[in-house]
Design a protein around this ligand. Sequence first.
Ligand code: SAH
Length: 477
Amino acid sequence: MPVLVKNNNYIIEITGMTHDGQGVGRINGLAVFVDGALEGEEAEIKIIKINKSYAVGKLINVIKPSSDRATPFCNAYKRCGGCSLQHMDYKAQLAFKTKLVRENLERIGGLSGVTVHDTIGMTVPMNYRNKAQFPVAAVNGRVVTGFYAPRSHDVIESEECGIQDVISDRIRKLVGRFIAEKGIPAYDEKTGKGLIRHIVTRVGFNTGEVMVVLVINGSSLPYADELVGILAQTGGSGDSKEGTGDGAGCGRDDGVGAECSVKSIYLNINTKNTNVILGDTNVLLYGSEAITDMIGKYKFKISPHSFFQVNPVQTEVLYELSLKYAGLNGTETVFDLYCGIGTISLFLSDKAARVIGVEVVEAAINDARENAKNNGVTNTEFYVGEAEKVVPELYDRGMRADVVVLDPPRKGCDESLLQLLADMQPDRIVYVSCNPSTLARDLKFLAGHGFNVIEAQPVDMFPWTGHVESCVLITRD
Ligand code: SAH
């Protein structure tokens, strides 16, 4: 057995994958994590970090490739911190995600008999994102717009990003060219000087409405009128060869997506030395204050700060599934906990008697109320606050849910909330999760408190990344 030495090369068998898609093997019993390596492969690696409990290897050469290995479609793949699974065939990614959910339910959740369905993927898993946030920087005196390198803030020029809508790259390039021509300085994180920080785009996939937000370190943008004139002419028309996503977005050559055009342009003022992309102040330069998009038959208002799911095609799949699992007949009271801007609440509203949404971000609740009003929905109510605080208050006031939808952030639910659900005894819980390990932990609690975990359906919301979303049906004993 070789002794592990930093900067030395070793041959390793990759025997497993981590939850975020790194390959794992062992040298001298020590786990070695290798980005870009797949289970079943033999690879030459260079050890770049050694800790007590693990080491990190850099992939030098794949000696025996896995049959799941694919050629990344993006030429910036190795330098970009965005997608991490482009070296894996899409079908294999879906199988990997299914397996991850199943293993978490078994290992962490202690749940062995639960049906985990095959992950629902996208027909064409490209150009699926409706929101792009491109950093802008000067590199050797040249304006660069693109993406951050992995685990760093070095900005790397991107040609085009295959997971963003095509209009987003078009806008990025236009703005990049414009500021280079006019000599408008890019922001420099190290000195805090310079003006343009980020180019943010939001696209209504089903309406074709596009918003551009230029994030600046100052209060005004030179030549703003000229830039607005150019951007306002920008759109996509079906003539694009790049766009191939299934049924959405701008400029698709499959003829399904909407014709798109820029409907709203903002300056966003961010003069703080921070990693947070948007500052608090938005100045409307052109067009409407908000754009609209549809999920199913419901329309949603999108402003620079509003939260909106980034893969609208798969979001609809996920919400349809939640609706199916909720099994509503029109008489139920539903609690939609962690409701964001109320998208799931609205989606369930016409099949339930009453839907009560709870969310900690006040601005999201304001949007939820407005979205309900704009859709003529009158049987929803929204409350601001932590679910674990608000739900006990509602319970004390005598409110009971027949069906509860949970869609918590990565850390999962507070145990006190799960305990309250055990006391309240809803007929069904639909758990929508973006993190299989906290999902499994929470399901273990529910399974130990009178609930049956029936089935889990993973949905691929973020193709080419390690993220796994799943929807789980839970009923009462
Ligand atoms: N259901 C929504 C949003 C899910 S994301 C949708 O489908 O779009 C998770 C949401 O939980 C976020 O909006 C976040 O702000 C909110 N959140 C985080 N912690 C919370 C808590 N303790 N109580 C209520 N909401 C919380």
